[in-house]
Design a protein around this ligand. Structure first.
Ligand SMILES: Nc1ncnc2c1ncn2[C@@H]1O[C@H](COP(=O)(O)OP(=O)(O)OP(=O)(O)O)[C@@H](O)[C@H]1O
Ligand SMILES: [Mg+2]
Length: 458
């Protein structure tokens, strides 16, 4: 439902238009002159203005000009008297969307209204989309500059078919990004197959990656396809690549160069079409220098790398992440929670050695410990945080920061309480007037009065 303002000094026409707009299922307000229109537009959030040009007090063109100057530009359809198309053109220059010449059939006006509202709806969706894009990229969340760089790299590598190396500390989202790359690539219809290279001993890992023929080693009773074969047409995600032995690296290098593998214990060359995305939290370059990682393999796998920033380098993303992680948690478990401002402040100064995964764990723990409010939403308060985040323990520096923050919150609250108390006093404890003076909704004022235990002295 849209909200439409109708400005015309002709009462008959105003009534007809009011009826038309209401009949279309929208909210309509009518005014008889330009000044009243200006006032209404500044006070309420109208989606569309239908205005006459010749009106008492303030004519339509002056109204458009003023509103533009006030930054209150609103989508407008002007209604002009027969034969004054010149002013209609001027109105269009002042930003009006469209005009109709009086007298007009109601059907023509209806069509113009529909068109204007559709256009507005589209524009809204576009801004929402753009905002969405800036704060998340698929499932990867972050609005900070380092994450924006990550998003644009994901976008680029998704369109290529070269190997990608993801670097970053534990819990920074390497696996999440690997999936996102796959989902956005031309291989999205194919499988995404993960191999944790740290989890298996060398011989088992090779059989896991490349498969084995029957009888190739003790226990290998039947033939088994490896992850590469299973990833045909899709992506293989090699997690913890830094843990791979030198001899397995040779076999991976062969795959990267020739797109060929051999099953363990076999001698048949098998062509495989799979893309490799790898991840590590180790410094491969240093490992190359120490002779622990093959140089030729390093250059092959490191064609493009994406470095995921640690959370401490993008603390401004914490509020966004908290919101998204709580929402995700609610979908999974039904438990909903909300963090207090003080908690948010604490989460924004913590070091996060375990990055987003640690934040996820901290929130889950807090939800379990938190008390439920009357609305069933759990209140995450500082005492539900683990000591290292709460700052009760830990190194002196983070303890100092903690006390600075809580001290600050307490000060802000003291000041807020005083401002509200004064406004109430000055308005004889009339809540409606005090709320107006404070530019608060009456309900917010009441909430704050309760919070600060403010009430009219007896
Ligand atoms: N930018 C992000 N937006 C949303 N969720 C994230 C983000 N980064 C990480 N996560 C979440 O944090 C958790 C850890 O992410 P992930 O497993 O991808 O990290 P990782 O870098 O692979 O860590 P490790 O090196 O320990 O394997 C996951 O639940 C993931 O969904
Ligand atoms: Mg991982």
């Amino acid at each position: 439902m849209a909200k439409i303002l109708i400005a015309d000094d002709n009462e008959g026409l105003r009534e007809v238009l009011l009826e038309l707009v209401q009949g279309l299922g929208h909210e309509a307000v009518g005014v008889a002159d330009g000044c009243a229109a200006r006032e209404a537009l500044c006070a309420g959030d109208f989606d569309l203005l239908l205005t006459d040009l010749r009106m008492p007090k303030l004519d339509g063109l002056s109204l458009l000009r003023e509103l533009d100057g006030l930054g209150q530009g609103v989508d407008t359809i002007v209604m002009t008297a027969h034969g004054s198309v010149g002013s209609a053109v001027e109105a269009m220059h002042l930003g009006a969307l469209d005009y109709v010449e009086k007298p007009f059939p109601l059907g023509a006006m209806e069509a113009k209204i529909q068109k204007a509202l559709e256009r507005r709806q589209l524009a809204r969706q576009n801004t929402a989309l753009r905002r969405e894009l800036a704060q998340r990229y698929g499932s990867v969340i972050g609005a900070s500059p380092p994450m924006q760089r990550v998003f644009s790299l994901i976008e680029k590598v998704s369109q290529a078919d070269t190997p990608v190396l993801l670097l970053g500390e534990s819990g920074t989202g390497k696996e999440l990004v690997a999936r996102e790359i796959h989902e956005r690539s031309a291989r999205a219809g194919g499988p995404f197959v993960t191999v944790n290279c740290a989890a298996l001993a060398e011989s088992l890992l090779e059989s896991e990656l490349f498969g084995h023929e029957a009888g190739s080693f003790t226990g290998a009773t039947g033939m088994r396809r490896g992850k590469f074969e299973l990833a045909e047409g899709g992506t293989v995600f090699l997690d913890e690549l830094g843990e791979i032995s030198l001899s397995t690296q040779v076999k991976l290098l062969r795959f990267l160069q020739e797109k060929e593998i051999e099953r363990v214990g076999g001698d048949r060359v098998i062509k495989v079409d799979a893309r490799v995305v790898a991840a590590t939290n180790r410094d491969l370059k240093a490992m190359v220098e120490r002779g622990e990682f093959r140089e030729d393999f390093f250059y092959r796998i490191n064609v493009i790398n994406i470095e995921l920033p640690p959370l401490r380098a993008r603390l401004e993303d914490v509020p966004l992440l908290v919101e998204a992680l709580l929402e995700r948690h609610q979908k999974a478990t039904g438990l909903s929670g909300r963090v207090s401002d003080e908690v948010l402040a604490l989460l924004r100064i913590y070091e996060w050695p375990g990055n987003v995964r640690e934040l996820e764990n901290v929130l889950e723990r807090a939800l379990v410990l938190a008390e439920s409010g009357p609305d069933g939403v759990r209140r995450i308060t500082p005492d539900t945080l683990p000591p290292e985040v709460f700052g009760g323990e830990g190194d002196p520096e983070s303890r100092k920061q903690y006390h600075e923050v809580t001290g600050l919150m307490a000060q802000i609250e003291r000041i807020e309480r005083e401002i509200i108390r004064k406004a109430l006093e000055e308005n004889d404890w009339n809540q409606t007037r005090a709320a107006k003076a404070l530019k608060l909704k009456r309900s917010s004022l009441q909430y704050k009065m309760k919070k600060y235990e403010l009430s009219k002295p007896k």
